[in-house]
Design a protein around this ligand. Structure first.
Ligand code: SF4
Length: 382
């Protein structure tokens, strides 16, 4: 039994939930921890991965993403061991994209060289801002020069595929200040191959949220946030980047294959606390308790949900619409034996009338106005 190439493709995600310190805006599953806890977690992660590899029979792993948290806070040896295990237990494609998220101030030149030797071929660096005042406000552990040093070391180690994460729409930030940030990062030589740019969202449970509730922090006005978004899109387009997903930009040939897989519903297996999986149209995720995971890494899977055909189609629409290429009507037809325009007639026709969606050359995608109201449009397909 083999199936088509797409059906056999698999992505792997490893969650490393440790950080040096918690950033003021962050609600990710991450926290500082000592070396002993980190080591115990990584042992558990290897155990879970080894046991979980049985689910990947007949599958080819096209991408591996080690995310967090800050994976680079754990000893490099652990990341090498994870990849070594992947090679032994999975069918890892020779040209697989292998990404690790790092933060400035958590890697040495030696670490980066070891990453390269372990087969890691893409780095995602959390920069967030080029302004030291903003970095301190965000609660980041680094200043901009640390980020520049990290980029230089990464290039020296041989990394030629680098993503940089940035955050726009910080409280009090002006359009000009944001543009300066962006242009500063673009002036790196060489410039990053990929940029992920997200507007700040105030999330409950964060330091920023507390300040907001106390009236000490004022979110950026919505119109200004949109101005920053479209200014970003214009500057990056002029600099030769493709705006291929709502918040992601890449030089031609450098789209993040792993994330494209998510948006196109490629199957993926996630390991570590809180990690989600999609396999043969079943979604499941691991529990978030660190203690629970350390005591039983094989027993933490929960929330198993078998997707109905209707749910699969809805996912194809709202995930696919995140991408500038949108959803291919012929791929939809081949996958589900159904006509998307017929199934979602009301949603599509209504949104086209409102100028939020367009259908062209066999694809359906968000218009510029649709991008501004993306959540509203996508909700119509759920
Ligand atoms: S480094 Fe990233 S994951 Fe860690 S606390 Fe900061 S934003 Fe969250």
């Amino acid at each position: 039994m083999t199936g088509s190439r797409r059906e056999r493709d698999l992505e792997l995600y490893f969650h490393i939930p440790f950080c040096r310190q918690k950033c003021n805006y962050c609600d990710f599953l991450s926290a500082p921890a000592g070396e002993q806890v980190q080591n115990a977690y990584m042992e558990a992660l290897l155990r879970e991965t080894e046991a979980g590899s049985g689910m990947a029979r007949d599958r080819v792993v096209r991408s591996v993403f080690i995310g967090g948290g800050t994976p680079s806070v754990v000893d490099t040896v652990w990341l090498c061991r994870v990849l070594d295990l992947v090679r032994r237990r999975f069918d890892l494609a020779a040209d697989a994209e292998i990404t690790v998220e790092i933060n400035p101030g958590t890697v040495t030149e030696r670490d980066l060289k070891d990453y390269r030797e372990a087969g890691i071929n893409r780095l995602s660096i959390g920069c967030q801002s080029a302004d030291d005042r903003e970095l301190a406000f965000l609660g980041r552990i680094h200043d901009y020069s640390r980020f520049e040093d990290t980029c230089r070391m990464a290039r020296d180690a041989g990394f030629d595929n680098i993503n940089v994460d940035l955050i726009s729409a910080l409280p009090g930030q002006t359009l000009e200040e944001w543009e300066k940030n962006l242009r500063t990062v673009l002036s790196l030589s060489p410039a990053p191959e990929h940029l992920s740019v997200y507007s700040l969202i105030l999330e409950e449970g964060t330091v920023f949220w507390e300040r907001y509730e106390k009236g000490m922090l004022e979110p950026v006005d919505e119109d200004l946030e949109r101005d920053m978004y479209w200014r970003t899109a214009r500057i990056l387009r002029e600099a030769g980047y493709e705006h291929y997903e709502i918040s992601n930009y890449a030089r031609p040939g450098y789209r993040c294959r792993h994330n494209c897989g998510y948006w196109q519903r490629t199957d993926y297996l996630g390991f570590g606390i809180g990690a989600a999986s999609l396999l043969d149209n079943v979604r499941f995720r691991n529990g978030e308790s660190l203690q629970g995971y350390l005591s039983d890494p094989l027993g933490c899977r929960q929330d198993r949900e078998e997707l109905t055909a209707q749910e699969q189609m809805a996912e194809t629409m709202f995930l696919g619409l995140r991408m500038a290429d949108g959803v291919s009507l012929s791929v939809f037809q081949d996958t589900y034996g159904a006509d998307a325009e017929e199934i979602y007639r009301d949603a599509i026709e209504g949104s086209c009338r409102e100028g939020l969606l367009a259908v062209q050359d066999g694809r359906i995608f968000l218009t510029k106005r649709g991008v501004d109201l993306a959540n509203y449009v996508m909700a119509k397909f759920v």
